[in-house]
Design a protein around this ligand. Sequence first.
Ligand code: ATP
Ligand code: MG
Length: 428
Amino acid sequence: MNLTRIKGFADVLPGDVETWQRIERAAERVFASYNFKEIRIPVLEKSELFSRSLGESTDVIEKEMYTFADRDAKATLLSLRPEGTAGVVRAYNESKLHQVEPVRKLYYLGPMFRRERPQKGRLRQFHQIGAEVFGRTDPHVDAELLLLLQDLWEELEVPETILELNSIGCADCRPGYRSALVDFLGARRSELCADCDRRLDNNPLRVLDCKRESCAEIVTAAPSILLHLCADCQLHFETVRELLKDLRPEPVVNHRLVRGLDYYCRTTFEWKASSGLGSQNTVAAGGRYDGLVESLGGPPVAGVGFALGVERLALLLAEGESGRPEAPLLYLAWMGEEAQRWTFTLAHRLRQRGFRVDLDGESRNLKRQMRRADKLDARAVLIVGPDEMTKGKALLRHMATKEQTEVDFADIDESLVEPLGPPTRVIT
Ligand code: ATP
Ligand code: MG
């Protein structure tokens, strides 16, 4: 049997994982400054949760979910989560978070699963960092989420991005637009792809989102939803734009920007990378979904959120990325059983103090241990053999200068501060 990764599933190896850690830490910091709390939800949910929240006629539900029957008597259908919002809403409702305080600002991070065609920036297991705000209908919170993302890009020094904004109206004004769009698309039905032919009947707005060039070409002339917005939706949209007027580069209004998922209303947005990602250039996307919480059995509480793709963000940052500066490494080289036992205990004590320490587990000659220390990029090596054990002194070697000094066992901690810097944990 050929034991390899599943197609579309990726490993993140040391060397790359540092970029991920930097993204996650920056996100945690930025979310904290906007007073968001983290929520952790399962990767597996009842399939029904997703079909009810995402809508039956979406690509995700129709063809991308990993779904299987559980081994229970009813063979309950379960799905690996294709996105985070549905699960967060379920948790909000199930734990009755609104009873304590209806306004909640939550964020999550973790893997999502969609069986799409893998390509650069598109995997079958990918990762999202997402935010959901419940209980706020005001446009200020829409703008706040976008400023939060802008802060994250700044913190990570993401190369140029552009924000596209739209409003897709509400239950009052969208039906009017929908019929105008159906009239327009109906006249060119024969030119649409097979998917869009179907969408025209059950979800015509999604034709605007089709990635096929021929469909994209047709919809360039489609009527604009922005001309169909009711007064409330118009005011909401104008306020969001006004609150973001200082963003640089300025947000671009794209009246064809609809979100793939069914539950959106009013504000929708996509944050795109200007270069570096090819056609998979949307890094973050989101919008408002005021009816979703209630439609999943909760109270009538508004919602707005976004999800950003970690793989795509990591691709943008990959060049020149170094990650968290690690503490310098101390390598312990030992010879003989007595020295092994002694360095094993010493390593534990130094690690507890916050030094970064490594050592070999097998008996090897000093030369091979020094080579290993070199490979691991150790800043200093402490050498202990039978002679040193007898004398109660070790040899401390600075790898850069190749200088060696003798240190008393009793003075080891202090002698490390010069080559390695102070330990991160000071035991008093
Ligand atoms: P796309 O238009 O690229 O298919 P989408 O509209 O399906 O994206 P959302 O469901 O809005 O994507 O997810 C938000 C973000 O998650 C995307 O902007 C993207 O960065 C990331 N993302 C979505 N699907 C994938 C995938 N299969 N692989 C990697 N990242 C993804
Ligand atoms: Mg998609």
